[in-house]
Every structure is written in structure tokens, then in C-alpha cells.
Design a protein around this ligand. Structure first.
Ligand SMILES: C[C@H](O)[C@H](O)[C@@H](O)C(=O)CO
Ligand code: MN
Length: 415
């Protein structure tokens, strides 16, 4: 054990924190890394240009153009991030061999065998998402469409995704979180808000009516407040999603870019945890809108992590990341976001919650502020560095040398 870590540990222990326990707890906490940062949400099925009111901006060279490149890039990130990782796939990342072309409603587990092999070899769990955008049948409404044929297509797609998620869980021995998000919405003031939501509800009921193992597939539903071109109305609003999830026994998913700018997910979590056994998160960084910037070690990320830890909910909150920045090195973007989420969890594991709670109950709000502020300059980084060393991943910014080297050797050679 190095001297710097020993000294930092002693500082935290003076305040009653159990540093070794914190490191052990963090080691087991999974963060699910979204595959779509590596190729700007393009996918492999060539079904259509990015749509659904989300946008990737930037043109940094070296984006992954096929599954082998995407897997290589993910491997590079895995070498740089400590702790337990999962990979979150979208259905559009199905792997078709020999010119095979299968539409989204007909995808099967066989189209994901290579991903399962990849995950098995690296001891990773897989999470999954139907891809209900970037497709000719997603130009208007999807699961809430007035066109029955369109709705049926996406219902079939989601049911296919449940079967694929179950295959992932069976093969990998860990439940698969399967998140449904639809972009459905309207640019301007609707003539009818209710009927699309009713159709969405009925479509979801149909999706969930197939038999599947609920221990293996954790279906969740992601809400959204607006999208580009859907500024006035989204069908899958927060209220819709919370009520649907609660009444149907599935998980709600909160993406912290999907609320009005002054709302924070850190404040919502405790309320959700009172009513749901499990809650899923997309941790992202909205800058003025749902911009999906890379996750930083910022106040809200730390506050989300603190809420997970202080409410004793590390096994009830399923954390995945969701950002896509094409203006910087994509491997670095992933690494920054993943390391920051892990860092925020460690920071949260080193807080004196009992003391803070007691101070609040006694009305000593000054003490809460004093502790919160002083803890900001505790020797946290020495504990984090030690955690990186323990995990045999680079300490501090040295990981960027590896990424630069990978950029020269691999990314720069891509067309
Ligand atoms: C690609 C993702 O599924 C997408 O980002 C979704 O989760 C979302 O957040 C849309 O704004
Ligand atoms: Mn999201």
C-alpha cells in the first residue's frame, strides 16, 4: 500500500469513513457503457440516417465503420477504465453476414452472436435497446402512430428485442436491461394529445404481452420532454412513463438530459425509489438542451451518485451512460465519461451521510454546508489514483498517451 494512499485514507477515516469497504463496493458496481458513442449513433443496419430528434455534431476522424472497429475501440476503453463494466447495445448494431439484410422487426439472437462472444470473453454483461429511429418507418410517429401497420412493425421489433435480451441474459448469466425509448412527438401545438398516448400505451401492452423471463429481461421505459422537431409535445412524457412503468411492473428510466433545464435527476431519485424496486438511469450532460455532451466529474453527476449511495440503492439503480460527441476523439470521450461516472461513485462512497443526516434532523444546516464544502478538498484524488492502480489501469491523465498512440496506430488509418 503506498504512503500517499495511506495518508489520504487516514484523513477520511478520521471522519468515520471506511475507505477499504468503499473501494470494494465500487469494484462490484456496474456501469453500462453505451456502444453508440463509437460511431456517432450510426449502427450497422444501414436503415436510415440519424433521426428521432437527436443529433451528433462534429467530424473528428476515426469513427468506427463496422463491428470489428467498434469492438476494437471498446477494447481500448476497457483497458483504461477501472471497475465493473457492461456494454449497452442498440438493435441497429445487429451483425449481418454475407450481405444478409433483415429488417428490424425480424432480427433474431443469431444477429448478436458475435456480441455475446465478445462479452463472454471479457466477462461483461450486455444491455439492450430497440432502435425506434433512423428508419423509413420512423419518419413520423412510431409506437403511437395512427397507422396500424407502422405500429405493428415497431411492436414486432420490440418483441424481437425482448427475445434478444433474454438470449443475452441466458448466455451471460446476468439480467439484461432492455430500454424502450420512442422519439414520437410534434413540432407544434397538438390537435390531440391524448390519442397518441393511448395508442402508445396499447402498443406497449402488446409488446409486454409476450412471454418472457422477467428475472432475465428488465424492461424499462425512458421518458423525454422534447426533441429537435418535437419541441411542443412528446408522447412518452415523464408522467406517461412513470405511470406506465408503475402500473405494468416495469422499470422507469430517467435520462438527466430529458427534463427542463432547472430540473435535476438527483432530486428525483429518492422519490422514485420510494415507489419502484429498481430505477434505471441514463447519465449524460445536457448543455442548454438535451445535447448529450460527455459526462464530467461535475456537481450533478456527483449528486446523482450521492443519492444512489446515501439511499442504499446501489443494487436498485442501474446506471448506463448516454452521450455522443463526434467533435473529440471518441475513445477518449468514452473513457472520460466512464472514468467520471466511476469517480463520482467513489466520491459518493466517501461521504459522511450519517453525520449529514443527523445535522439535518437537528436543524444544523450550517454544519451540512461546512461538511459538504470541506469534503470537496479532501485528498479524494489519492484514493482514486490508488483505485486505478489496483485495477491496473493508467493513473491520472497518463491514459491519454495510450489513446493518442491508438489514434496514430489505428484511428488515423481509417478512411
Ligand atoms: C441512442 C439512445 O437510445 C438515445 O440517446 C435515447 O436514450 C435518448 O436519450 C434520446 O434522447
Ligand atoms: Mn437516453
Amino acid at each position: 500500500m503506498n504512503q500517499i494512499f495511506k495518508e489520504a485514507k487516514a484523513v477520511y477515516e478520521k471522519l468515520g469513513m471506511k475507505v477499504d469497504e468503499a473501494l470494494k463496493t465500487l469494484q462490484a458496481f456496474p456501469v453500462s457503457m453505451h456502444c453508440w458513442q463509437g460511431d456517432d449513433v450510426v449502427g450497422f443496419d444501414g436503415a436510415g440516417a440519424l433521426s428521432g430528434g437527436i443529433q451528433t455534431t462534429g467530424n473528428y476522424p476515426g469513427k468506427a465503420r463496422n463491428y470489428q472497429e467498434l469492438m476494437d475501440d471498446i477494447d481500448e476503453v476497457l483497458k483504461l477504465v477501472p471497475g465493473t463494466k457492461r456494454i449497452n447495445l442498440h438493435a441497429s448494431y445487429a451483425i449481418f453476414e454475407d450481405g444478409e439484410k433483415v429488417d428490424r422487426n425480424a432480427i433474431e439472437p443469431q444477429h448478436f452472436v458475435k456480441w455475446v462472444e465478445f462479452a463472454k470473453a471479457r466477462n461483461l454483461g450486455l444491455d439492450f435497446n430497440p432502435t425506434i429511429f433512423s428508419h423509413p418507418l420512423a419518419e413520423g410517429l412510431t409506437l403511437s402512430s395512427p397507422d396500424q401497420k407502422v405500429r405493428e412493425f415497431w411492436i414486432e421489433h420490440c418483441q424481437a428485442c425482448i427475445r434478444i435480451a433474454e438470449y443475452f441474459a441466458s448466455e451471460l448469466g446476468t439480467p439484461c436491461l432492455m430500454n424502450i425509448w420512442i422519439p414520437d412527438g410534434l413540432k407544434d401545438i397538438p390537435g390531440d394529445r391524448l390519442t397518441p398516448r393511448k395508442r402508445f400505451m396499447e402498443s406497449l401492452d402488446q409488446i409486454l404481452s409476450i412471454h418472457y423471463d422477467k428475472e432475465k429481461v428488465l424492461v424499462c421505459l425512458e421518458s423525454k420532454v422534447f426533441g429537435i422537431g418535437m419541441e411542443s409535445y412528446t408522447v412518452g412524457s415523464s408522467e406517461f412513463t412513470m405511470n406506465y412503468a408503475k402500473t405494468r411492473g416495469i422499470l422507469p428510466l430517467m435520462d438527466n438530459g430529458h427534463y427542463h433545464p432547472t430540473e435535476v435527476v438527483s432530486d428525483k431519485l429518492s422519490a422514485m425509489l420510494l415507489f419502484h424496486d429498481k430505477v434505471a438511469l441514463h447519465v449524460t450532460r445536457p448543455v442548454r438542451w438535451d445535447s448529450d455532451h460527455v459526462v464530467l466529474f461535475d456537481d450533478e453527476t456527483k449528486e446523482i451518485a450521492k443519492e444512489i449511495v446515501r439511499n442504499n440503492a446501489m443494487d436498485r439503480v442501474l446506471v448506463g451512460l448516454d452521450f455522443f460527441d463526434a467533435s473529440i476523439n471518441r475513445v477518449a470521450a468514452w473513457t472520460i465519461g466512464m472514468r467520471n461516472m466511476q469517480k463520482a461513485m467513489l466520491y459518493a462512497l466517501l461521504q459522511p451521510y450519517d453525520m449529514l443526516k443527523e445535522a439535518q434532523d437537528q436543524g444544523d444546516f450550517t454544519k451540512i454546508m461546512v461538511l459538504n464544502e470541506e469534503l470537496k478538498t479532501y485528498p479524494f484524488n489519492d484514493i482514486w489514483d490508488y483505485y486505478c492502480e489496483m485495477n491496473h489501469v493508467p493513473v491520472r491523465e497518463t491514459w491519454y498517451d495510450e489513446v493518442k498512440n491508438y489514434e496514430t496506430e489505428v484511428l488515423a488509418k481509417r478512411g
